[in-house]
Design a protein around this ligand. Structure first.
Ligand SMILES: NC(=O)C1=CN([C@@H]2O[C@H](COP(=O)(O)OP(=O)(O)OC[C@H]3O[C@@H](n4cnc5c(N)ncnc54)[C@H](O)[C@@H]3O)[C@@H](O)[C@H]2O)C=CC1
Ligand SMILES: O=C(O)C(=O)COP(=O)(O)O
Length: 526
């Protein structure tokens, strides 16, 4: 049974695939409510309220995946999760439309004083001349961050006859042209925009993007909107400009600290309109994001590919189908290399040739590294934390694409380099025969890496192979398959034997005492 904890009121209708799965038990509530059994959960589903800190992760030693039913993952300690090997996924596009529409509603409300007019009338006043608004038509909307939400917003703004100036370092001219927006530098956007709205994640670069200095550059009467993340607009910096009347109005759906304090200074200004982080709060968005993360968690627990991992290279289902056979091969190669080369390693070089060069191979290299490191360490190592663990251990690794296929349609070559020795392995996947190891330390060989293996280095002399068979026979060990490789007659040679069951621990020493046998390594669990 896999245990899953669902927090933050994620919509249950969308979670049906998880809730209906008989091998999964879903608990619904908060971290606090289930504090006595946090150690059992393999998956945690959250929105923005639950803070997945390093401390929370420590209390959940079994946790393998955190799924964010929404976009922003700033409530999750990504570094700590990555280090621990916990996959973090989100639901990137399920709430795009809702947040876009909310931003547009905030913009329209802001320029037409709708919230102010509502509360004034409800308090018995009829103040038409105090609430004269501004048209959107013909005004310039400055969008900072042209991702999913920024893009959808720009389409709506264009439909309202607005000009759109965008600052996003990743926006190409071609895309800007297609979207009929002007791509500008940030300073230029500050100069020309009548309304500025931010749609970036909160990062070190975007924190305080609109601050005392940058707001000073904006047009008098500018309207500012933040429906992205609290802190992108520096809340304190707004106050002098609201006081002086430089800012025409501010719309905030998000705050530096949520909920904001009751006596938060910005809440006292009539020109500031607010909502309590409602951007994604529609029936449709909540159903979408819940269904997206439920699918991802279910897939993950069933060892199927996940699409929206934040701390892993992403790939589509189609790409996964292509990569799948090599995934198993790289796992096996990593394990064999680690067990054959027992000494310290400082460099791992992976080369992909043939059909593989058409694929994004980064995930394969991570998989190989995870498998390589796993056999050497007793901590959790997977594709998520393999890069940081390798770095910590002083192991550099890299990958390249090459044209040297050695006649195979696809070929993976790996060299592991230590201070004193090196070890190399080549493998391929052939549809009819499965995965094959085709070369080991320069020796041509051909075997299916499966089960319990014995790798023997020996001198190519008459009787050696027979003696190995004899010793194993005396120990009642049945050889399943045996492959021999050599470079020259009478020179160095290797054997690779496979067995149906585990071998006795001391068999290496017994075999190493046989004449002309140089080295014996058991390779288990491939
Ligand atoms: N209020 C709410 O309830 C919701 C808020 N959000 C927030 O909205 C924001 C945007 O969401 P999406 O559009 O889905 O994300 P996205 O990832 O599609 O877009 C973000 C864009 O920001 C750009 N960007 C990053 N750093 C930048 C910088 N320094 N300057 C300019 N542009 C920069 C990126 O290139 C990207 O195009 C996120 O912070 C997300 O958390 C999202 C959904 C709901
Ligand atoms: O998706 C996002 O980034 C959001 O900010 C939505 O947050 P929520 O799930 O409504 O707490």
């Amino acid at each position: 049974m896999a245990y899953v904890l669902v927090t933050d009121g994620i919509k249950e209708d969308g979670l049906q695939p998880l809730l209906n799965e008989s091998t999964i038990q879903c608990d619904i509530g908060s971290l606090n409510e289930f504090s006595d059994r946090l150690d059992q959960y393999e998956a945690l589903l959250v929105r923005s309220a639950t803070k997945v800190t390093a401390e929370v992760l420590n209390q959940m030693p079994n946790l393998k995946i955190v799924a964010r039913a929404g976009v922003g993952v700033d409530n999750i300690d990504l570094d700590a999760a990555t280090k621990r090997g916990v996959i973090v996924v989100n639901a990137p596009d399920g709430n795009t439309i809702s947040t876009t529409e909310h931003t547009f509603a905030m913009m329209a409300s802001l320029v037409r004083n709708i919230p102010q007019g509502t509360s004034s009338l409800k308090s018995g006043k009829w103040m038409r001349k105090d609430y004269v608004g501004t048209e959107l038509y013909g005004k310039t909307l400055g969008i900072v961050g042209m991702g999913r939400i920024g893009t959808e917003l720009s389409r709506r703004a264009r439909a309202f006859g607005m000009n759109v100036a965008v600052f996003d370092p990743f926006l190409t001219n071609d895309r800007a042209q297609k979207l009929d927006v002007e791509s500008v530098e940030f300073d230029h956007l500050l100069d020309v925009a009548d309304i500025i709205t931010v749609h970036t994640p909160l990062t070190d670069k975007t924190r305080g993007l609109l601050n005392e200095e940058t707001i000073a550059r904006t047009k008098k009467g500018v309207f500012l909107i933040n429906c992205a993340r609290g802190g992108i607009i520096d809340e304190k910096a707004l106050i002098p400009y609201l006081e002086s009347g430089h800012i025409g109005g501010v719309a905030l759906d998000v705050f530096e600290s949520e909920p904001p304090e009751h006596n938060h200074p910005l809440l006292g200004y009539d020109q500031v309109i607010v909502t309590p982080h409602l951007g994604a709060s529609t029936k449709e968005a909540q159903l979408n994001v819940a269904a997206q993360v439920a699918d991802e968690v279910l897939y993950f627990l069933q060892d199927k590919p996940i699409r929206n991992a934040i701390n892993l290279p992403g790939f589509s289902k189609e790409e996964y189908e292509k990569i799948k056979p090599y995934y198993e091969l790289t796992r096996k190669m990593g394990s064999i290399l680690s067990q054959c080369m027992k000494s310290a390693v400082n460099l791992v070089e992976v080369s992909y040739a043939g059909k593989l060069t058409e694929l994004d191979t980064a995930i394969l290299t991570r998989n190989l590294m995870a498998s390589f490191l796993k056999s050497r360490l007793d901590t959790t190592v997977n594709e998520v934390n393999a890069p940081s663990i390798a770095r910590e251990r002083g192991i550099t690794y890299g990958e390249k694409h090459s044209s040297e296929t050695h006649g195979y349609s696809n070929l993976i070559s790996v060299t592991v380099q230590g201070d004193k020795e090196a070890f190399s392995l080549q493998g391929t996947y052939i549809k009819e025969y499965g995965d094959r190891i085709t070369q080991l330390n320069g020796f041509d060989i051909d075997f299916h890496p499966q089960g319990h293996l014995l790798y023997i280095q020996h001198n190519d002399r008459p009787g050696v192979i027979g003696n190995v068979g004899k010793v194993l026979g005396e120990h009642e060990i049945n050889i399943a398959t045996m492959q021999v490789g050599r470079k020259t007659a009478g020179g160095e040679a290797i054997m690779m034997l496979s067995f149906d069951s585990e071998l006795p621990k001391n068999i290496e020493e017994t075999l190493e005492s046989v004449q002309d046998i140089v080295k014996v390594e058991q390779i288990g669990g491939v």
